[in-house]
Ligand binder design. Structure first.
Ligand SMILES: [Ca+2]
Ligand SMILES: [Ca+2]
Ligand SMILES: [Ca+2]
Length: 331
């Protein structure tokens, strides 16, 4: 008797799935190839929505912060939205408004928040939900531009960034205490130009919300009275970004003047980072200006010998090491 083995055929649905999986796999491989050859590009996704404060629901004489898309005030404080869409000068228009003169750093709009009140601890904050929750142990680079309004009575410090696992909304209050807060101790005093600030942050992995403002009370905030006419202590902020930061350091360089791989640590876009290079005895031989890169010379301009050197890149605000390792100098 012939034994009929059950014929092993795959149902059509499974075949389609397999075919689909093959195609999907191909797409994934192509995608991986794409991202590995464009790492720099890919790393630039800004996790902040409406990052330049340009998108608002409407524009009228009473331009209000709550019209701004995605951003909110977590406290009773009332941040201000400024925009050139408002053509009433001396109000909240751009560039001339009730606090002085300031074009936008990017686009036509920016936000202003009170960050000091001479002992009253009145504060304003802006908050937004990140596009994605931050990843555990991932290093992030936070950039933003600040400017002091022309009529602000003080030069103050401690403007910073906070991260929260929730929205940190506190009714009937003016101060917030986000899960993480980073304060920049440098004074904000420039009323003419926008100053770029860069912070680095290694994530816990549960941060969903971001905040900007001064998280410290007035008594520990440094404030220097200036000669501006008295008005509100408003700090303007524009063009904010949070991106993942994975620095690729080419660890061999040949500073022989043939224009090929002559400079190490050339990162014209990175600010507020100190780059120290040490020799094998642990002596610092050079503090590198990242906008120019390292040409293999020491502080006095003397060419250093071939060999292995150690480097450290440190985010200056928190003194956080953002990259370190060995670099080979080959003549
Ligand atoms: Ca803007
Ligand atoms: Ca100004
Ligand atoms: Ca070379």
């Amino acid at each position: 008797m012939e034994f009929l083995f059950p014929k092993k055929t795959r149902p059509i649905s499974e075949m389609i799935t397999t075919f689909y999986n093959m195609n999907q796999l191909k797409n994934i491989l192509l995608f991986l190839l794409f991202i590995s050859s464009n790492t720099h590009l890919f790393a630039q996704q800004n996790l902040l929505p409406n990052h330049s404060f340009e998108d608002a629901d409407s524009c009228n004489d009473f331009l209000k912060f709550h019209l701004l898309d995605y951003w909110y005030s977590p406290t009773e404080g009332t941040p201000d939205l400024f925009s050139s869409c408002l053509d009433v000068i001396y109000s909240y228009s751009v560039p001339i408004n009730r606090y002085g003169y300031q074009p936008a750093q990017d686009g036509k709009a920016y936000v202003g928040i009170v960050c000091y009140s001479d002992g009253y601890d009145y504060r304003e904050f802006i908050g937004a939900q990140l596009k994605e929750t931050l990843e555990t142990d991932q290093l992030y680079k936070i950039d933003y531009y600040v400017n002091l309004v022309n009529f602000a009575p003080f030069y103050t410090n401690n403007f910073g960034i906070g991260f929260g696992i929730d929205s940190c909304i506190i009714p009937y209050n003016y101060q917030i205490h986000p899960t993480i807060s980073i304060s920049d101790s440098r004074l904000i005093s420039d009323t003419a130009s926008w100053g770029k600030r860069s912070l680095f942050y290694k994530a816990r992995g549960d941060e969903k919300f971001v905040f900007f403002g001064n998280f410290e009370p007035d008594r520990v905030t440094s404030a220097t009275r200036n000669t501006n006419p008295y008005d509100e202590q408003l700090i303007l902020i524009d063009n904010v970004s949070i991106v993942t930061f994975d620095l690729q350091v080419e660890n061999v360089f040949t500073p022989n003047g043939d224009d090929i791989n002559d400079r190490a640590f050339f990162y014209p876009d990175i600010t507020d980072v100190r780059c120290d290079v040490f020799n094998r005895w642990g002596e610092r031989v050079k503090q590198v200006d990242l906008s120019k890169g390292w040409d293999g010379k020491d502080e006095r301009g003397k060419t250093l010998p071939e060999g292995t050197y150690f480097y450290q890149l440190i985010g200056e605000v928190q003194q956080l090491i953002i990259a370190s390792g060995f670099i080979q100098l080959i003549e």
